[in-house]
Write a protein that binds this ligand. Sequence first.
Ligand code: ADP
Length: 227
Amino acid sequence: MSDLTLELSGIAKAYNKGRENEVTVLRQIDLHVEPGEIVALVAPSGAGKSTLLHIAGLLDAPDSGSVKIAGQTVTGLSDRKRTAIRREDVGFVYQFHHLLPEFTALENIVLPQLANGVSATAAQERAKDLLTRVGVSHRADHRPAALSGGEQQRVAFCRALANSPRLLLADEPTGNLDPATSDQVFAALMELVRDTGLSAVIATHNLELAARMDRQLRLEDGTLVSL
Ligand code: ADP
């Protein structure tokens, strides 16, 4: 068993394979993420960061190469097993919050825990604790539409961490916010990730935000280059 939280080896991915409009997005991706490590993934739009994050988070399969999460090889497992690993071990944050509009902030963090077999009482306790950590506990009973953009994203971070994943994957998590809010919300995310000790791969265009992470990688021509 490896100690690494995420191990991508020789990952390649092309779309429209064998057709005239074939596009090779990932050529040779090798990425090792240690427990507790926060890695910045810097890439211009269209470089393939969503493709890479989807493969790392088991939402998409590579054409070749292997994906290991916490030492377990995931490539080749049945859909059911992959779904179970994704639900337990991986949290996602996107540029837009994707919170469920008809549920409150608290309920949005409780629901994924109930789906994972946690009791209602324990799920509410954890949701409240997470909301307190990111400074939005006073908004627990509000629906997403009644929250500011920064508050919505903070709730989305809590939801991603609801089931205590080992790995957080974030795709431009503050890309939709104005610069001052982005800065504060990003700081809250970093604190949350550091406090909980999980590993993270966070895609961003913003080199200042990238510099606050442990390691910076640029996705360039289908491979990862250290910055
Ligand atoms: P990024 O997240 O860096 O903007 P993506 O991973 O979304 O990049 O996309 C990388 C490239 O792959 C783009 O040229 C995009 O048009 C192409 N692409 C992404 N998804 C598909 C798909 N399902 N079918 C065909 N091409 C795709």
